[in-house]
Write a protein that binds this ligand. Structure first.
Ligand SMILES: *Cc1c(COP(=O)(O)O)cnc(C)c1O
Length: 386
């Protein structure tokens, strides 16, 4: 419990060293003045931000879930963390489906309206769970700061791409704070992190402990440190290949007849793709069929699903990400093969069990984890010399 060196009980001499090292690596990786590695998940990191920068009843802006927002940014009505745990009133960023992004002009107008009603946001949460294109943090930081909002960027999904310099860099674009999971595009243990500037450090520390975390997951702290060290060493190459792969996979799926969203912008600039599969079935059935073929992806709401009467349990979309297959050494040619395998299940309706045989065969060539230290020794030595 507490900050390294200021814990509220004894016996922490060694975990203090590990945690301070982890913090230094995180700060270097994200070029942040402050890092707190204690949050036990991305949701926990967001709760820390809500605790540090808002009071119950305040307004927060975020993406709605069909447009890519995460349940931790959700309204009370849907059981979202922001609404039901912190008591925030969530207002949604206006969204442009063609662009698959936040509508800057409409947001600026909406901010004026909210201010006139005395409901100016205290916090704006950028980022999301479907984040193919960089959010307009730089364009909106002026209007948001003018109305008194703190800007947070939820990098749960794209933290590894940010670390590798292959996506937007929110901390340079005006974000006051950034949260992330350490297990999505950062290949670390399940966990969370908060990054910020020195001026907010005390508020964030207090929001972590005693606010949201008592014992944190000590056994994950060293794992996070190694993951950050690996990202410092291999992150650029890893993130570059992730993005190349997702663009290639988007193109290959499109060529096989899939309706990949964001078409006019090249499908994606991150690791993630979103595909409207409603003409072939519902997202739940397709997710299950693909899982039977050993292909793991997930069903996902499309921006227009709710309007069409679809529900998150059987939505019209699927969401794919290339971070795992990239880490196993797959490149652009393999993306074409993956698109073929997916098309056989979803479009041609071949029995998943038959496709699975070919997936197993295909996967045999990719058994080694890439963009990683080859041994524990190498990892520990890397940290020691830094
Ligand atoms: C996954 C996700 C989270 C939550 O992270 P956990 O580590 O699963 O708690 C928060 N925000 C966004 C945008 C996410 O996609």
């Amino acid at each position: 419990m507490g900050w390294p060196g200021e814990r509220v009980y004894a016996g922490c001499a060694y975990i203090d060293q590990v945690e301070l090292l982890c913090i230094e690596l995180a700060k270097e990786l994200f070029r942040a003045e402050f890092a707190d590695v204690r949050p036990t998940s991305g949701v926990c990191a967001n709760l820390v931000v809500y605790t540090a920068f808002t009071e119950p009843g305040d307004t927060m802006m975020a993406l709605s879930i069909p447009n890519g927002g995460h349940i931790s940014m959700g309204r009370k009505k849907i059981g979202g963390t922001a609404g039901s745990v912190r008591g925030l009133e969530v207002e949604y960023f206006p969204f442009d489906v063609e662009e698959m992004n936040i509508d800057v002009e409409a947001t600026a107008k909406f901010l004026k309206e909210l201010s006139e009603r005395g409901r100016a946001p205290k916090l704006a949460m950028f980022g999301g769970s479907v984040l193919p294109f960089p959010h307009p943090v730089a364009d909106l930081q002026g209007p948001l700061h003018d109305c008194g909002a703190i800007i947070c960027y939820d990098a749960a999904h794209v933290a590894g791409l940010i670390a590798g310099g292959q996506f937007q860099d929110p901390m340079r674009e005006g974000a006051d704070v950034m949260t992330a999971s350490t297990h999505k595009t950062i290949p670390g243990p399940q966990g969370g992190i908060v990054l910020s500037w020195e001026r907010f450090s005390e508020r964030i520390k207090r929001a972590v402990f005693p606010g949201n975390v008592s014992n944190h997951h000590l056994h994950h702290v060293a794992g996070k440190a190694i993951a950050f060290a690996e990202m410092l060493e291999f992150g650029k190459a890893y993130a570059e290949q992730i993005v190349r792969n997702s663009k290639a996979l988007g193109q290959a799926l499109y060529e096989r007849g899939f309706k990949v969203l964001g078409e006019k912008k090249g499908f994606t600039e991150s690791h993630v793709l979103i595909v409207d599969i409603s003409e072939y079935g519902d997202g739940r059935t397709i997710e299950k069929d693909l899982e039977r073929a050993n292909i793991i992806l997930n069903r996902n709401l499309l921006p227009y699903d709710i309007k069409l009467g679809r529900h998150f349990e059987a939505p019209g979309g699927i969401r794919l990400g290339t971070s795992e297959c990239t880490r196993l050494g797959m490149r652009e040619p393999e993306m074409t093969e993956i698109a073929d395998l997916i098309a056989r299940v979803v479009i041609k309706k071949e029995p998943p069990e038959r496709v699975r045989e070919d997936v197993i065969e295909f996967r045999k060539g990719f058994q080694k984890v890439r963009f990683a230290f080859e041994s524990l020794r190498e990892a520990y030595e890397y940290i020691r010399i830094r």
